[in-house]
Write a protein that binds this ligand. Structure first.
Ligand code: NAD
Length: 468
């Protein structure tokens, strides 16, 4: 059985806290193992990153960029290995896994093309004031299990480009692709610049409290994000938090029902609903409600659910048992208090398989509507007028993203101005770009990722004011 190790100070080493099995969610069987770090190894990783920072920060942006491009090349060269591993540990269909690897390589290159520069603020004969860009130091990178590679590179590339060194900690149920990326980094970056720690969900707190860490870049649930923020307060660390969402789709009454339903269904079920910006509830005008529900039901019945290694599979399993149990409980509740039009019960086979589930007639306060399901369940909710849909879409502690669907883009864009979300897509979905800032409003996050604004969060700026 292959084994995945840590990356500490440039060396691939076994974890001192033993090994844990990594489960394939399509079979519920252990298919690989990862060795696990103890607290001393976490401290050693931070020490190594601190030591490496002294020289890494002095390299030019173009030198650091060149090494990131080599990492992008290395990812591309190992696309098949990484994609298969990603499917086995995460569950997603192999072609989606391939897209994640290739998309991540491209993302590294694109992000590496950005640059922040020093600025002259005052330049007069008797006074010059300038502002200098400086890295922060050691960045702790903590990632979740839904896009283990894509979400890692969104942080890793700007952190390193800006001159920081990093300690990476993946989610314990998807450590393997991160472990391989650690091995690739060992052959590219100077010792200690990139360190990878694998844990049993027990070292995140230590990393976020660590006095040697200057910043935490975190993607995960809102509940854990709050713990990260509290732990970071002790040393006033910088934090960027990309957290949960309960993204609403608002369908306007001028849509072509079949086409809009197809796009909404795809946006809700992508990665089996395990996407921070997946459509998590859809508001449909009362007049179109029946037809829209019927269309979604047909799409759900047609979707091929199975092992991601099977080329026919469109939707893979839920990634881990805890999440699966949560999704099953939400479906049970929805069956009791609403009407399940398709799905609603796990498939009778091994693996964490829940079919795409369409639910109507639920109350706005029911957990499937009010909470983040993070699984392939979609509640469909009727509305009388768009202002009412908007009010209900906004009545959530989350504010990550939203979509509006209309044949009239101007009408959609107009409604978008009232949506309390970091991103509103009109007539498309999940169109993330390296050069467009991504952020959550309200309890969906703090700070920005991607684009120059995201890069800015990996630096601090010093003002030098000199009288001549
Ligand atoms: P999670 O919060 O359970 O775990 C995320 C990471 O935090 C894991 O690596 C975990 O080991 C670590 N962790 C656990 N306890 C910690 C602590 N006390 N301190 C520091 N780190 C700790 O999230 P998950 O279940 O892995 O991921 C699903 C969640 O992530 C969903 O809520 C989803 O919406 C969110 N998410 C958000 C985005 C975004 O960009 N906004 C993207 C993807 C996923």
């Amino acid at each position: 059985m292959a084994s995945c190790h840590l990356l500490l100070n440039g060396e691939i080493v076994a974890g001192s806290a033993g090994a844990m099995g990594v489960i394939n969610p399509a079979s519920e069987k252990v298919f690989s193992e990862a060795t696990v770090a103890d607290a001393d190894q976490l401290d050693a990783a931070v020490d190594a990153a601190q030591r490496a920072f002294a020289s890494w920060r002095k390299r030019s942006w173009s030198e650091r960029r060149a090494l990131l491009v080599r990492l992008a090349d290395a990812l591309e060269q190992r696309t098949e290995l990484l994609a298969e591993l990603l499917t086995r540990e995460q569950g997603k269909p192999l072609r989606h896994a391939r897209n994640e690897i290739l998309g991540s390589a491209k993302r590294i290159r694109d992000l590496a093309s950005l640059q922040l520069t020093d600025r002259s603020l005052v330049d007069s004969p008797d006074l010059t004031i300038s502002e200098h860009v400086m890295p922060l130091g050691v960045v702790g990178i903590i990632t979740p299990w839904n896009f283990p590679v894509a979400l890692l590179v969104n942080k890793l590339a700007p952190a390193l480009l800006a001159g920081n060194t990093v300690v990476v900690k993946p989610a314990p149920t998807t450590p393997l692709t991160t472990g391989i990326i650690g091995e690739l980094c060992a052959g590219i970056f100077p010792r200690g610049v990139v360190n990878v720690i694998i844990d049993r969900n027990d070292l995140g707190q230590r990393l976020t409290e660590h006095p040697g860490v200057a910043k935490i870049s975190f993607t995960g649930s809102t509940a854990t994000g709050k713990k990260v923020m509290a732990a970071a307060a002790g040393t006033l660390k910088r934090v960027t938090l990309e957290l949960g969402g309960n993204d609403a789709a608002i369908v306007l009454d001028d849509v072509h029902v079949e086409e809009a339903a197809r796009k909404v269904f795809a946006g809700a079920m992508v990665n089996s609903g395990q996407v921070c910006v997946a459509i998590k509830r859809v508001y449909v005008p009362t007049l179109l409600y029946r037809a829209f529900c019927k269309e979604l039901t047909t799409l759900a019945a047609r979707a091929v659910v199975g092992d991601g290694m099977d080329p026919a599979t469109e939707l893979g399993p839920v990634q881990n048992r805890a999440q699966f149990e949560k999704v099953v409980a939400l479906a049970d509740h929805a069956r009791k208090y609403g009407r399940v039009l398709f799905g609603g019960s796990p498939l009778q086979r091994s693996g964490y398989f829940m079919p795409p589930t369409v639910v109507c007639d639920l109350d706005d306060s029911s957990p499937l509507v009010a909470d983040e399901q993070f699984g392939p369940l979609l509640p469909v909710l009727p509305y009388e007028d768009p202002a009412d849909a908007l009010r209900r879409a906004n009545s959530s502690p989350y504010g990550l993203a939203a979509t509006i669907w209309s044949r009239d883009p101007a009408r959609g864009a107009d409604l978008a101005t009232g949506v309390e979300a970091g991103t509103v897509w009109v007539n498309h979905h999940m169109a993330m770009r390296y050069d467009i800032p991504f952020r959550g409003l309200k309890q969906s996050g703090l700070g920005t990722e991607l684009a120059l604004e995201g890069l800015e969060e990996f630096v601090q700026r010093r003002v030098v004011s000199a009288v001549h």
